[in-house]
Ligand binder design. Structure first.
Ligand code: ADP
Ligand code: MG
Length: 274
């Protein structure tokens, strides 16, 4: 059943969030006609349910993400993380509940999904409305350190480069919400560390909200303001990460938070250390 609840929030950010921003009043049908900005919030999800063949994978889920907040989403394989991300991206509207997201949003998946018959810069502009100038792609490719590869064919890129191109494609949309589904999952360890650092820098520069789906607890603690654990169709646990940035994985508090989250995920940390 297609629903009419997938509407954009008004993503204008005011200097001082008004009290109205935090009230759970019924959202306006057309955000562009909303009287007051609903600042401070990038995502608002309430009572979200998504079923496949009668089985609720997402079951009355609630989620709020502040504007500019970096949130990481953990959870065992098959618990519904990608399903939730696809709903937030507007790729799956067969839902019940309320889902409010910014108009400007972008998504990057584990597979970079580049069109092999288009050069890198054309891939970056793919799907953008109007006739965007090449300079738009070049600028984004510069931001992800790919200035030297703008004219390359996708098949000549390394895995890390392809993932950077995919990030550039997300950035040209100037998103207020960046959705990342295990974007580093297929990268080797060193490339992964570089890509994580890049995402952290891009987030700080752009100031957009990020929802990063990952199975890597360390990555979540390294990057996020808040880490969520999904289980049984809901956000079963959340933890604010109040460590200074840049974060130091050798910091004992880092290890402590990591251990707590692993425990939440049902990983025996004592066995892991052994
Ligand atoms: N299009 C679909 N049709 C049927 N079942 C699906 C579909 N998409 C996802 N699922 C099921 O929903 C559950 C959650 O999947 P997914 O969101 O991909 O999990 P995760 O990303 O957490 O590993 C899985 O059991 C998966 O098989
Ligand atoms: Mg997934």
């Amino acid at each position: 059943m297609a629903t009419d609840v997938h509407r954009p929030v008004n993503h204008q950010v005011t200097e001082e969030p008004t009290a109205e921003a935090s009230t759970a009043e019924e959202p306006k049908r057309d955000a562009s006609k909303a009287e007051a900005p609903r600042p401070a919030q990038a995502v608002r999800v309430e009572g979200l349910t998504r079923s496949f063949d009668g089985r609720a994978v997402i079951d009355d889920l609630r989620l709020d993400v502040r504007a500019g907040e970096f949130v990481a989403l953990l959870g065992r394989s098959g618990c519904g993380k990608s399903t939730l991300l696809r709903i937030l991206a507007g790729l799956d509207r067969d839902i019940e509940g309320t889902v409010l997201v910014p108009r400007r949003k972008a998504v990057a998946f584990q597979a970079p999904r580049l069109m092999p018959w288009k050069k890198v810069w054309r891939n970056v502009l793919l799907g953008l409305p109007g006739k965007p100038a090449r300079a738009v792609a070049d600028q984004a490719l510069g931001e992800v350190g790919l200035s030297h590869r703008t004219d390359a064919w996708p098949k000549t890129l390394s895995g890390g480069e392809a993932q950077r191109a995919s990030l550039a494609r997300a950035l040209v949309r100037e998103p207020d919400l960046l959705l990342l589904d295990e974007p580093f999952g297929a990268l080797d360890a060193l490339t992964r560390i570089k890509a994580q650092r890049l995402v952290g820098e891009l987030w700080q520069r752009r100031g957009c909200a990020v929802l990063l789906v990952t199975h890597d607890v360390e990555e979540a603690v390294l990057l996020a303001d808040r880490v969520l654990v999904m289980d049984e169709g809901v956000i079963a646990h959340e933890q604010a990460i109040d460590l200074d940035r840049p974060r130091d994985i050798t910091d004992p508090r880092f290890a402590e938070i990591r251990g707590q989250l692993l425990e939440r995920l049902g990983v025996d940390t004592a066995a892991e250390a052994a």
